[in-house]
Write a protein that binds this ligand. Sequence first.
Ligand code: FES
Length: 334
Amino acid sequence: MNALRRWAIALGVLALGRKQRRPRFADRPRIVPPGAPDPRAEWLVLGLLLGAAAAAAGFVVVYSFNHLSHQTQYLGLSLGLAFAFTAAALVVVAKRLVVTEELEEDYPVPGHPTTQEELEQLVAEGGDRFTRKRLLLTGAGAAAGALGAAVFVPALSLGPFLDTDALYETPWRRGRRLVDEHGKPFLLDELERETFYTAYPEGADKEEVGSPLVVVRFEPSELHLPAGRRDWAPGGVVAYSKICTHAGCAVALFRKPTFRPVEPGPALICPCHYSTFDPTRGAKVIFGPAGRPLPQLPLLLDRENGELLAAGNFSGPVGPSWWGVRSKAPRNPS
Ligand code: FES
């Protein structure tokens, strides 16, 4: 029984006991005066670091909610607190835990092996007061990790990382009527030539990125659409997604030439960075940063009442580009 107790004590000492390391520069005269440990300051630093970690984690949690009232204020508050706690922890470390030395001469110039060692000794002796280095490093790691996450998480809003399927969905399908913002159907005979109209899918959410169209009517002889799209523009009416393929602004301007043939041809223009698209040639990019044409919607004419209908879905994905944007065709939500 006694032997068992002695073994238990030995194991406890091995597990809990601390190995006393001889300080690296113990055999040299000190450069920095010795400093007494300050456990209260260490606990205070640890508390502040954990506070910073909690505040930064709070930022990530608040950010992950979609509809939270005063979300911007909470985001600012949590991030501000995270930085304030970190700053306070650094101030306490500087004021109460790093031993301050006073040198009468300048610091030695680094580079020479001797002066290099002196500098190392300065740094080592400056940390004399730390008695819970591992605990403090864990707290610092937690604060740095949470702050890193707070910086990284908003980048996820730049777009879906792996699942891009939702970006291919649009409400357009064959037979869906084009209507204006009041729900009135577009009639071919009511469309003036070279005038800019905005249309939406009847019965669908106008706010969806795949909904809005720009509609322009030309003389059919003016159109030079890509091969395979000859019957996409009944009566010379073309329809394109209104969402710019550069960064997703609304294409809101139409350039109508008034002094032909001196002036350049008609164009759809995005006012954000001036991407310019030629509506007579499948909205191909003729100026600006957009990397691909506006997707075109094929149209049908209802012969009975003259209404314009969609003949299918867009020629390509709507909106700004992403990695692999050309790999799939648009589709309706399942
Ligand atoms: S968003 Fe249209 S040009 Fe940049």
